[in-house]
Design a protein around this ligand. Sequence first.
Ligand code: GLY
Length: 349
Amino acid sequence: MKKFTVSTSTPYDILIGHDLISQIGEFLKPVFSPRHVCVITDSTVNGLYAQVVMTSLIESGYHTSKILFPSGEHSKNLTTYSNILEALADEGLTRSDLILALGGGVVCDLAGFAAGTYMRGINYVVVPTTLQASIDTAIGGKTGINLLGGKNLAGVFWQPSLVVCDSKIYETLPNDILLEGIAEATKNAVIAEKGLLNHIRNHNYEYVIERCISIKKSLVEADERETSLRQLLNFGHTVGHGIEKLSSYTVTHGQAVAKGMIAEARGAYALGLTPNDISGELTDILNEFGFDTSLDYDAKAIYKLALKDKKIRDGHINIIVPDSIGKCTLKKLSLPELSELIMLGFNQI
Ligand code: GLY
């Protein structure tokens, strides 16, 4: 088993190893003496992993309960969030109790937001069940929900107390779910480490997870509340979130980020922000990994949605510009420049 410690305002460990969820109760014990643990999960993960997690918790002396919601991005809304808060109150959870988020990105975001706001914040532990959640959502303490106006528009920074990544789970992930993680891993390759691409090609997921966690850990430690360097992790997301919203979330997050990375890289080059156009090479890589790289969207509509990007401050936005695959920088653009970058990214100028 490997252990990373994330040195944020409240430090916590990330454990990575094989078949860890069946011992989750034992991993919790050094951090939390037996108490009420409320497992929050979705309808898909419930049938796969909830039983083994609950059994382990009970065997380790914890009192358990479970809150369940329908799986999918459509659940990441105010209604599910308020249902979870009411259920926590009905269960009688107190500030000395614990939430355990068991699931993919949507579960991590929702359960983390509930943990960060119920009784003004209680502890939570994350057991991610997808590659995407393990290398991205589960770590760094970004929590939240979508509003009608856009993706992730309500939320809090609230760091977990422990993250437990079970590599056995990745062996049985359906291909479409695996691809969601491969999109984020490819993003990490572009922003920080080109060598990751070969490990993705070779399905060397244990290494991919460790390196991606390490990259994210460094950025989160340097900039916990995303005022500067952490923004690098948003490469492809300004356009990607727009594509997700425009498609009413029928295009998944990973698929949308894949398209967003191509458009943002192409737009940055066309706008003269970088001497190198990586969009062709990146498109080939993403095609090879199995992504749909078509960009048939109305660039003006994407720009309108991009105006909701949380990186916008004082009429400017930091855009992530790839200088090469493996090295990106942040460049500050005015909103008219952002509009031009997006139009150029979609070849609509
Ligand atoms: N998902 C990007 C971040 O956590 O900053």
